[in-house]
Design a protein around this ligand. Structure first.
Ligand SMILES: [Zn+2]
Ligand SMILES: [Zn+2]
Length: 241
């Protein structure tokens, strides 16, 4: 055994790999997937049929879009979500965001490659762009979970992570605003960095997709700056109707 292997062994003894869902120590045979046998049946990769716009799993094969996308335009061209946001994945996403559990990003990236590797190859993004958090939050938390996910995906695809968008406002749009005003507010919360304008196709990475307001705001400003096609990939997404 060399030094690196010894350090690896000691690390595993001190910090044995834990389930991304329930946080119990994984048995040897569960370590590769990162999911224990109890959580496995409750963790669902998103399956077809999908909404052709946002990527939510829907029930009907004869429908192109989910109810939400049927009635609302999005600025991004197409999105995909890796896991359904339910059961143990809710805990996993919380730990990824607040608990610095980077292996969760690895599990998501591996599933993203299995499920959407062909999709990513077909859209040929030139850069992976994480949804940014404000500098103040970054200082407090020490990392941005979307950036961690973007790096995990970058290692598997070879597509570089280029953080061309920054968050300039930390405040969330007020609830009492109309949807139009809220969207405008959110759009003002982001800024494209100068190095972003050279790209034509971008893949935005975020942890959870709900209404799409954030990725729409970012897509909007990227398109304003001359980027042709904006796609999105999220760690988790809700069930669509
Ligand atoms: Zn578990
Ligand atoms: Zn949709």
């Amino acid at each position: 055994m060399n030094v690196t292997e010894v350090i690896g062994k000691i690390g595993k003894l001190l910090y044995p790999p834990r389930c991304i869902g329930c946080d119990t120590v994984l048995a040897e045979e569960e370590r590769e997937s990162g999911i224990c046998k109890d959580c496995r049946p409750q963790i669902h990769p998103v399956k077809e049929p999908l909404c052709k716009k946002c990527g939510k799993q829907i029930y009907a094969w004869d429908k192109a879009y989910c109810m939400d996308c049927d009635t609302r335009e999005h600025n991004f061209r197409q999105g995909r979500g890796v896991f359904l946001y339910e059961g143990p994945m809710k805990q996993a996403m919380y730990r990824l965001k607040y608990g610095n559990r980077r292996e969760i990003a690895e599990v998501i990236a591996a599933e993203a490659m299995r499920n959407y590797g062909d999709w990513i190859a077909s859209i040929q993004p030139e850069a992976i762009v994480p949804v940014p958090v404000h500098r103040k939050k970054l200082l407090r938390r020490g990392y941005n979970q979307a950036q961690v996910m973007a790096q995990a995906l970058s290692r598997k695809t070879g597509i570089p992570v280029v953080p061309i968008v920054e968050r300039t406002l930390d405040t969330l749009p007020q609830k009492e605003l109309t949807p139009e005003k809220r969207a405008k507010n959110l759009k003002n919360a982001f800024k494209v960095r100068e190095n972003g304008v050279k790209f034509k196709r971008i893949l935005i990475i975020d942890d959870i997709y709900t209404t799409g307001a954030t990725v729409d705001a970012i897509s909007g400003i990227l398109i304003d700056r001359g980027i042709d096609e904006v796609y999105c990939l999220y760690g988790c997404i809700g069930q669509g109707y």
